[in-house]
Structure formats: structure tokens, C-alpha cells
Design a binder for this molecule. Structure first.
Ligand code: MCA
Ligand code: AMP
Length: 512
């Protein structure tokens, strides 16, 4: 591995790996528009100058809620170059959700979609955000306009490895999101290890169909490509037709399990189509062992499953060269120490099931302005309590068998029931709700709600509840079904028995 350059700004590390011939492609869109490494350097420099011109300084937050585009990636790189902190937001987040992030993170600049500018300007003013710019899908908006007149060069701000590069919000069991603070060193160590471990080589072409506001699409996929100085085929979203069209030109694909189940459901996805591929990687949600096996039977490829979280980037991975075992997430990454412990923190042995804990250079710097929340999740010896339930088998493979946290993962997006319950419980005529995750053939899990109405309030309907949640929260958090009960089942401690509700409704989304 090459030594890190003197500045530990992640961009400096990328730059040290860019191809000598900068005219080589960095990115090609699904419509065939090509961006070279020269373009990457020039556009990110102009954007960085525009940010600096507005007064964005080292350590300032830049919140971004825009559609996936090459310019969006250049903005990420510009923020790194300016020494500021990149704060990406899911495009599905609604006004109320955005308001919370702006108030909590106090960004200096908020970049939003041009079509939302009026609404977001009003919100940004209320949240005392000094600057608002827009960025559209095809390089439109006030950010590119401001950047257009700037020179192509920018002196990237030197950073130390402990200094922050990004804050990514992750929901919590209390219903309020926490900003996970990630440093330049966190991102660099993870990217270098994955680049090495997954055998990236000159000429690799990554098929990129993930969103770029989360760790998977932004850091795992993009940072490894940048370190490799190679190129990606860049799709605005996952679409089976586009992926099947572009696959013959790719060598590596990363996705959530839904990508692979959707590909398998398409007869055009054949052994021939995938024969040339070097690697398929899956993560963000459990890949069913059956999907792994069906994929191997269809294509001859064993999907490489890995495990991570916003607070850490990647934590474990199945081997590139060794056996990739279905239903496991492989071994701890080099430099990562992983153990399984019981609730009291007693360390358990091989094959014993408990909560997964780990520490390593990938572990984040804590939750933004929430030291008490950070402390709650840490052991005194620096191990982070993931809330994922699992075991390490006799061969050292990590298995995830459940979650200690009340969390549902749909199509790779995390949904904390508490957040949805808070919205439903506030509806007039509702006594209480319980939100659960149920097996779903497309999304892995889907959100559903069981609701107790006040007596004499049959007007509180499934449609009404769905409409209310849709108005307040991102669309992937909206329950796909709502049922009404006279009373929610409780245990002796008075706690709602969600396991029982899940069991009662287990087959709701099962294909007929
Ligand atoms: C869309 N819908 C969903 C989801 N996505 N419902 C539940 N879960 C979802 N994930 C709903 C919409 O609300 C909408 O409903 C309808 O489905 C169609 O929406 P559309 O946007 O057209 O869906 P899609 O384009 O088919 O998207 C599905 C998808 C997408 C491709 C699976 O969700 C996706 O790209 N997921 C990847 C998430 C990801 O990158 N996770 C990484 C997090 P309606 O019509 O009623 O409004 S990073 C992480 O977890 C850690 C660090 C890690 O280990 O990687
Ligand atoms: P996030 O909030 O996006 O960081 O989600 C992290 C969570 O996703 C982890 O704590 C796990 O519960 C889950 N996760 C990620 N990868 C996998 C995987 N390969 N198998 C099972 N769960 C996973």
C-alpha cells in the first residue's frame, strides 16, 4: 500500500491515485455522457472556489439534498477539497425531516433541487442557514452558475486524519436522527482496505446504481473507484432495463439485496450476460441464503456479502479469494477487532449468540453534539455496540441473526418504527400504534402498522393513516398496510409484543 500523502485530506489521497493521463474517463452516465479525471478536477475546483467565495470554511457543514448526478459527486469532492463537512440528505426526506437536520447541523450552506428552491429557501431562512444554492440533474442551478466564472484550479485544504469529512444522519430507536461524524482518516482507511481486499485493478468498471446520499453508494462504491483511478457507469437509480443494458461493459457491481432479487426475476439476466463480470457485492441488508444460491445457479458467481453501518463504513466482508458462505457476512476487515457480547458486556465464545461489538480505524468520531448518545453505544475499551445480533462461527465467519434494536430495513433503507409511531400516535382518534417489519419479496422487509383507535372513531382509516405519514415522512417509511385492533398485545411489563404481531401478519406480502 502506498504511504498516505502529508495532508490527510481524503481528496489528496484520491488525487495521488488518479491516472497519469487525466483525460481517462472517470464516469459515464447511462445516457453516454462521459466525464474525465480532468473534468473531475476542474469542476470540483470551481465548485470549491464557489463555496469558499461564499465563506464556507474548514469545519463548516454543507447540507445537500439533490438528485443523483455527476455534478452531485463533484460537489462532494469540492466540499472535501474546501475542508468543509459534507452532509448528504435522502431525496425522499420531507420538509419536516429536512428542518430537523438544518437546525441540528447548522450548515453554512444548503444545496437543494431547483424545483424545491422556494420552499427550501423559506425553511433555510427559518433555520438560520446563511446560504442556499441549487443543483439540478443536468448541471443546472445557482451552484453551477456561481462556479461558471471561477478558475479551474483550487488549492485543496490540508486536513488531519481526525478531522471531519462528513456527517451522515442515521435514525435512532428514540425516533430522532443522530448525525454520525466521519473523519478523513475513517474514510481513507476503509477505502484503502476495501480496494485491496476486493482486488480492484486497472481497467475495472463499476456499475453504479445506488443512491449517493448513503455510505454504500457514496463511500463504498465511489471512494474505491476514485482510489483505483478507474471509471464507473453511473445510473440515476436502479432500473433493471438499464442495468441489463450496461452490464456487458462493467466488471464490478455493488447493490442491496433488492437489486439481485430483481435481476433474478428477469429472464434476460442470464449466465452469458454475467459471464465476464469480476465481482458482485451485496450489503446494507441481509442477503437471503436462497438468493445467494439462486444467483450462483443462474450465473456461476458467488455474490460477495459484506456488512457495515453508517457509524463505521464497512466492518466485515466475505473473502475475495476464499469461500463466500451464503448467510454469512464474512470476516472482520483487516484492522477491525470484532467480538460478540451479552447485554452486560460479557464476551461470548465462538458459536454463541449475542450483540456484535467492534473497534478499528473505521469507527466514527461520535454523534454530532450528542456525547451522551455516543457514550451509550460505547464500551469503556472503545468497542462500539452495533445493536446487531450475531455470532462468530468456528471458522471465524460472522453471522447476523437478528437485531437488538427496533429497526426495519426495507430495500436497504433503515426505518426506525418509533419515528413512524410518533406520527401515527399524534393522529386524532388514535390511542397507540405499533410499527413492525414483515418479510417482503422485493424489499426484504416492509413496514406495516397495527393501530388501536379511540372508541367510536371508525373514521380513522387505513388510507387516512397512510396519507398522514406520507405527508410527513420519506415515502419508504410509509406503512404498506395498516390494521386496527381493540387493544395491542402486551407482555407482563406492559411492553407491546411486536414479535407476536409480526407472527400474526408474517405472510401478508408472501407471493400468492
Ligand atoms: C422505494 N419504495 C420503497 C423503497 N424504495 N419502499 C420501501 N423500501 C424502499 N427501499 C417505495 C416508494 O415509496 C414508492 O412507493 C415505490 O416504492 C416506488 O418508488 P421508487 O423510488 O420508484 O422505487 P425504486 O426506484 O424501485 O427503489 C427501490 C430501490 C431503492 C432500488 C431498492 O430503494 C434503493 O436504491 N435502495 C438502496 C438503498 C441504499 O443505498 N441503502 C444503503 C444505505 P409509492 O409509490 O407508494 O410512493 S448504507 C447502509 O445501509 C450501510 C452503511 C451498508 O452496510 O451499506
Ligand atoms: P445504516 O443505518 O444504514 O448504517 O445501517 C446499518 C445496518 O444495516 C446494520 O447495523 C445492519 O443491521 C444492517 N446491515 C448492513 N449490512 C448488512 C448485511 N450484509 N446483512 C445484514 N444486515 C446488514
Amino acid at each position: 500500500m502506498a504511504p498516505l500523502p502529508a495532508s490527510e485530506n481524503l481528496y489528496h489521497l484520491f488525487e495521488s491515485r488518479f491516472p497519469a493521463d487525466r483525460s481517462r474517463p472517470f464516469l459515464e452516465t447511462d445516457e453516454g455522457q462521459v466525464w474525465s479525471y480532468t473534468d473531475l478536477e476542474a469542476v470540483s475546483a470551481r465548485y470549491a472556489r464557489a463555496l469558499a467565495g461564499l465563506g464556507v470554511r474548514k469545519g463548516d457543514r454543507v447540507a445537500v439534498q439533490v438528485e443523483k448526478s455527476p455534478e452531485n459527486l463533484f460537489l462532494y469532492l469540492a466540499v472535501l477539497r474546501a475542508g468543509a463537512i459534507y452532509l448528504p440528505l435522502n431525496t425522499a426526506y420531507q420538509r419536516g425531516e429536512i428542518g430537523y437536520f438544518l437546525e441540528d447541523a447548522e450548515p453554512t450552506l444548503f444545496v437543494c433541487r431547483p424545483e424545491n428552491a422556494a420552499e427550501m429557501r423559506e425553511l433555510a431562512t427559518r433555520c438560520r442557514v446563511p446560504h442556499l444554492l441549487t443543483l439540478g440533474m443536468r448541471g443546472t442551478g445557482t451552484l453551477p452558475e456561481l462556479a461558471a466564472g471561477q478558475p479551474d484550479g483550487f488549492e485543496t485544504v490540508p486536513m488531519q486524519r481526525e478531522e471531519l469529512a462528513a456527517i451522515l444522519y442515521t435514525s435512532g430507536t428514540t425516533g430522532r436522527s443522530k448525525g454520525a461524524m466521519t473523519s478523513h482518516g475513517n474514510l481513507a482507511s476503509n477505502a484503502l482496505i476495501l480496494h485491496d481486499l476486493w482486488g480492484f485493478r486497472p481497467g475495472d468498471v463499476l456499475l453504479h446504481a445506488l443512491p449517493i446520499f448513503h455510505v454504500h453508494g457514496l463511500f463504498v462504491a465511489t471512494n474505491t473507484t476514485l482510489l483505483n483511478g478507474s471509471s464507473m457507469l453511473f445510473c440515476p437509480k436502479f432500473d433493471v432495463d438499464t442495468v441489463i443494458r450496461l452490464l456487458p461493459r462493467a466488471t464490478v457491481m455493488m447493490g442491496v439485496p433488492t437489486f439481485y432479487t430483481r435481476l433474478l426475476a428477469d429472464p434476460r439476466f442470464t449466465r452469458d450476460l454475467a459471464a465476464h463480470m469480476r465481482l458482485f457485492i451485496s450489503g446494507s441488508a441481509p442477503l437471503l441464503a436462497d438468493t445467494h444460491k439462486d444467483f450462483a445457479a443462474r450465473t456461476g458467481h458467488a455474490i460477495l456479502e459484506r456488512y457495515g453501518m453508517t457509524e463505521a463504513g464497512m466492518i466485515t466482508s466475505n473473502p475475495y479469494a476464499g469461500e463466500r458462505i451464503p448467510g454469512t457476512v464474512g470476516f472482520p476487515l483487516p484492522g477491525v477487532e470484532l467480538r460478540v457480547a451479552d447485554e452486560q458486556g460479557r464476551i461470548l465464545g465462538p458459536e454463541e449468540i449475542g450483540v456484535i461489538e467492534f473497534r478499528g480505524p473505521n469507527l466514527f468520531k461520535g454523534y454530532w453534539r450528542k456525547p451522551e448518545k455516543t457514550a451509550e453505544d460505547m464500551r469503556p475499551d472503545g468497542f462500539f455496540i452495533t445493536g446487531d445480533v450475531g455470532k462468530v462461527d468456528a471458522r471465524g465467519y460472522v453471522h447476523i441473526v437478528g437485531r437488538a434494536k427496533d429497526l426495519v430495513i426495507c430495500g436497504g433503507y433503515n426505518v426506525y418504527p418509533k419515528e413512524i409511531e410518533t406520527v401515527i400516535d399524534a393522529i386524532d382518534g388514535v390511542v397507540e400504534s405499533a410499527v413492525i417489519g414483515l418479510p417482503h419479496p422485493d424489499f426484504g422487509e416492509a413496514v406495516a402498522a397495527v393501530v388501536q383507535r379511540k372508541p367510536g372513531r371508525p373514521d380513522v382509516s387505513e388510507d387516512g393513516i397512510i396519507a398522514q405519514v406520507k405527508g410527513e415522512l420519506a415515502n419508504f417509511k410509509v406503512p404498506k398496510r395498516v390494521w386496527f385492533v381493540d387493544e395491542l398485545p402486551r407482555n407482563q411489563m406492559g411492553k407491546v409484543q411486536k414479535a407476536l404481531l409480526r407472527e400474526q401478519h408474517r405472510d401478508t406480502f408472501k407471493p400468492a
